[in-house]
Design a protein around this ligand. Sequence first.
Ligand code: PLP
Length: 400
Amino acid sequence: MPTASARVPDAAGRFGPYGGRYVPETLIPALEELDQGFRRAWRDPGFRREYRRLLADFVGRPTPLTFAARLSAETGRRIWLKREDLCHTGAHKINNALGQVLLAKRLGKQRIIAETGAGQHGVATATASALLGLRCRIYMGTEDMRRQAVNVYRMRLLGAEVVGVDSGTRTLKDAVNEALRDWVTHVTDTHYCLGTAYGPHPFPVMCREFQSVIGREARRQILAAEGRLPAALLACVGGGSNAIGLFHAFRHDPEVRFFGVEAGGRSLQPGEHAARFAGGKPGVFQGAATWILQDEHGQILGTHSVSAGLDYAAVGPEHAWLRDQGRAEYLHCSDAAALRAFHRLAECEGIIPALESSHALGVLDEVAARLPAEAAIIVNLSGRGDKDVAEVARLEGAMR
Ligand SMILES: *Cc1c(COP(=O)(O)O)cnc(C)c1O
């Protein structure tokens, strides 16, 4: 448990040695404006009311906390699923996208830009922009565009312009670079809607606040259902937004253990996974100091995961800090174990989870074994698996 009385993050967005603002000079005023604008909006009951109304009427919140009876019988623990898969657009990402686009409108911005990997954040941002009437441009690596053609079409249906990025590995990190480049040249009229609890301050804090509705609801729901707090929370960690969104409301409950799950990929060899804590070390990447997958020269390593949403070389800075503090533990789940968990939830509970969420489910037995019988565990079901069905069918067809 942290004992220091210092505020975390500090005014510069530092979580101990992590976080901060590692960006070109030209972006500092925009980040300052965003930080102040966000803090003012977040204190404004009018803004909060409007955001809450959209979460209720448009996103469909509160999402249920579903008791997983058959999974509970199998594990000997009481398993609860936080149903972010039931959010409009199919995942938790809309909570953050809607909050940021609403904020951008309040700050007088006319144009939204965003990066996307699998397309989930792009779809969420295009959706929020359509709803609130702002122009929207999404940067996406051309390799990802090929792999996620349906989401590209979905964004275009929603009125967004999708711009292919042909540099580097033509994937998420290249799309982030391009979005940052755009933002540098259009800061006055443009908001960069970053998709996870990552990047330069204030993005990690802002995204956490917009996602923390997950944990606030879950805490209230489990107290009502069980009359006690859960023994553990379990969530997958890409950049870290669905996990921090669940954890945050339980930060003052030391009896609740936090487990984050990274993508273990094909193996823990360099380039074969995205388990930053298992195979990385501290460094700086795309605006923040944190744990990063890099070679001995500090070059960013390639990554792999069966789930595009977890396939990123760096982890949100607050997670690095929570790990240092011993407040949260981070495990990893292989592609194969995630696929087994994908099928298990479908067959056991009638819910097809996103492949990202399947990574959290993939270590459920491992986490359950560390807890007493009948302990309550909340698993964050960050998204639904419809988007992954064709890919799983292809993978398993190929394996036969
Ligand atoms: C993007 C995504 C993730 C990973 O992102 P976080 O910021 O770590 O939450 C997890 N699950 C789903 C369904 C996603 O779309």
